[in-house]
Ligand binder design. Sequence first.
Ligand code: C5P
Length: 234
Amino acid sequence: MSWAIVPAAGKGTRFGGDVPKQYLVVDGLPILAHTLHALLSHPGVRGVVVALSADDAHWPGWHEMDGKPVLACVGGESRADSVLAALEALPAEVRVDDFVLVHDAARPNLHHDDLTALLERGRNDPVGAILAAPVRDTLKRAGDDGGIDGTEPRERLWRALTPQLFRRLQLTRALESARDAGVAVTDEAMAMERQGMRPLLVEGDDDNFKITTPGDLVRFQYLVSLRLQEGQRR
Ligand code: C5P
């Protein structure tokens, strides 16, 4: 079983009000609870460490979910700093070469099948793996005036999703190296790539999306309501 890290120290309040997006409520629960449940209800996940902002007034103080431990730590200035803080806060039972999952707080629609595939394939890779989805739209490069400068080939282009699965010490070293070089990495794989490593792409479902806009929130509300209806029919 693997431990998971959930960086949740972002202040993303572009939905308005004072509530960071991971605390917006869907079907009676904050998005963060949906995300933690998606991870912890999987038999391959042992527990989670959640990185919170120092002034988080919304954290409900969970210690356990789905019968598994939930630990909290204070995150950092950037997502990478928050992941580093959570790596540090992992319990001693997690060895340096154990694989650890990192998953966005605002990505609640993770399916068990995708997590199973990531764990199985990632643990058999020397470096690790990430969930990803192939780019399906035609890509345009914009000029300064908003006109199209060109069309980019989309073959072999993938969108990086989470979770991402790497070994505890290798990921720590890679994130520290990026930080020390002043390079802002936007996901864990990018830090590993900087070290000359080639993580595996594991194709995941397109609907494992990050809630970024109000439209994403409506989409997640709809998916949850569909799931509830299906559950009631069963
Ligand atoms: O802002 P964005 O959606 O890209 O953030 C991705 C994830 O990183 C979110 O779960 C957010 O809470 C987290 N994050 C963090 N610490 C920061 C900035 C972002 O844990 N300083």
